[in-house]
Design a protein around this ligand. Structure first.
Ligand SMILES: *[C@@H]1O[C@H](CO)[C@@H](O)[C@H](O)[C@H]1NC(C)=O
Ligand SMILES: *[C@@H]1O[C@H](CO)[C@@H](O)[C@H](O)[C@H]1NC(C)=O
Ligand SMILES: *[C@@H]1O[C@H](CO)[C@@H](O)[C@H](O)[C@H]1NC(C)=O
Length: 189
């Protein structure tokens, strides 16, 4: 325990001494961000739309959805199971079409009565006008629903303060993989 504390103290000292290099950018300083908020406070947000596809692998070492925890009870609704995912966002429905980003998040079966889950996700864009920006989604879904409706609760970078609604519908699914169509309507500044 003592050794651990010494290590942690040492870590803290090293952390404060080692220059980290980059720091925050000019457009992320308190002044710049305050100015940005002031500006958008007087602006009407504009409606935008993003449309792409989300690809998941279920099997092998390239699985992009994994079960990370489950309870020690047997539940017909999967209650208590927790999954982590890192899916590829593509421009077209084909798995090998151009990648525009990744959808990374967690979902868990959160109902004891039905096959329902709660999901939180970051959509991280790696190409195009939103490269380097993210959207944050929160949603509730059941296995009964054909189209899921999630909330876009925020964004970062060029998508800062984004707010909207995302629709997700499965285009293809088998034991190995799934392709989901994603259509997002959102307000942005
Ligand atoms: C996983 O995917 C990567 C690239 O997408 C590929 O190079 C690798 O061979 C794949 N591994 C398996 C086990 O399929
Ligand atoms: C699950 O684990 C808890 C805590 O260890 C224990 O009290 C409970 O009896 C277990 N339930 C079952 C169904 O094994
Ligand atoms: C799924 O697996 C294939 C083949 O292993 C790989 O090329 C592809 O990149 C994987 N897709 C995702 C979304 O991880």
């Amino acid at each position: 325990m003592v050794r651990l504390m010494i290590l942690m103290l040492l870590g803290a000292v090293i952390m404060t001494m080692v220059p980290l290099g980059v720091g925050i950018r000019d457009d992320q300083t308190r002044e710049a961000v305050a100015k940005w908020f002031e500006k958008v406070g007087n602006e009407k947000p504009k409606l935008s739309r993003l449309h792409f596809y989300l690809q998941f692998n279920f099997t092998g070492n390239n699985a992009s959805v994994v079960l990370v925890a489950q309870p020690n009870i047997t539940s017909p609704t999967g209650f208590g199971e927790v999954y982590v995912f890192d899916g590829l966002l593509t421009k077209k429905p084909e798995v090998n079409s151009k990648a525009v980003g990744r959808a990374q998040g967690i979902f868990a079966y959160t109902s004891r009565e039905e096959n329902a889950f709660t999901e939180v996700a970051n959509y991280v864009f790696t190409r195009g006008e939103y490269k380097g920006s993210t959207l944050q989604l929160i949603g509730y879904g059941t296995s009964e629903e054909q189209i899921l409706e999630f909330s876009v609760v925020g964004g970062t970078g060029a998508l800062r303060l984004a707010r909207g609604t995302a629709f997700l519908g499965t285009l293809f699914i088998d034991a190995d993989r799934e392709t989901i169509e994603v259509d997002i309507f959102f307000f942005q500044y």
